[in-house]
Write a protein that binds this ligand. Structure first.
Ligand code: DON
Length: 213
């Protein structure tokens, strides 16, 4: 099945929306129990905007995921210290959180993840808690409104739609500045239902697509 009306198999055609220019997440599961949860990134839009001649491959600008200048925010507002400073043979810190959740018997339960820089862990966690703690199905868990806090700045980011104005006012009254954003993340999710069948949903925020065979 497909979440896009009229499209029942993956194939060539005009893309629904142009592909996002930096980070992508996808999840795949098959009947044999194989599961993939993969996030890959160029970091900023089109990475360093340099294409390797003859390959069509864009080079990333992942150096921004180091604390280029400790104490100063990077592209995603993350302020970090000396431990993430640039040094030979070091690998930069990443927010990417491709996740596979197992149940108490070690069986596949969920595959999920998202792009979104510093908002990746909060988006991914909210999808997981939507399923486990709030009993949502895949579509509900993906489409539920999201919020985000990353310590610095001392602000709660909320999606523009879905939060009750009185809730936001109550938070402001407690001293939490609210920052409204058009959307947070672009999560993809496959979960295993209690009867063993698989259920997937793609985030409509960025035009994703769930396909089943
Ligand atoms: O690895 C990281 O945390 C960043 N390079 C991710 C950047 C990203 O998700 C941009 N996305 N929209």
């Amino acid at each position: 099945y497909s979440t896009r009306p009229g499209l029942n198999q993956a194939g060539q055609g005009a893309p629904h929306l142009t592909e996002v220019p930096e980070t992508t997440h996808y999840v795949v599961a098959d009947a044999a129990g194989n599961v993939v949860s993969n996030t890959y990134t160029l970091n900023g839009a089109y990475g360093s905007c340099i294409v390797v001649p003859g390959t069509g491959m864009l080079l990333n600008n992942e150096m921004d995921d180091f604390a280029v200048k400790p104490g100063t925010a990077n592209l995603y507002g993350l302020v970090q210290g000396e431990r993430n400073a640039i040094a030979p043979k070091k690998r930069m810190l990443s927010s990417m959180s491709p996740t596979i959740v197992l149940d108490s018997q070690g069986r596949f339960s969920m595959a999920v993840g998202s792009p979104g820089g510093s908002t990746i862990p909060t988006t991914t966690l909210q999808v997981i808690t939507n399923v486990i703690d709030y009993g949502m199905n895949a579509r509900q868990a993906i489409e539920a409104p999201r919020f985000h806090h990353q310590g610095l700045p001392q602000t709660i980011d909320v999606e523009a739609h879905g939060f009750a104005p009185e809730t936001l006012k109550a938070l402001q009254a407690k001293g939490h500045p609210i920052h409204v954003r058009a959307s947070l993340g672009d999560a993809q999710l496959i979960l295993r239902r209690p009867d063993g069948t698989l259920e997937g949903w793609a985030d409509p925020r960025k035009g994703g697509l769930a396909v089943g065979y």
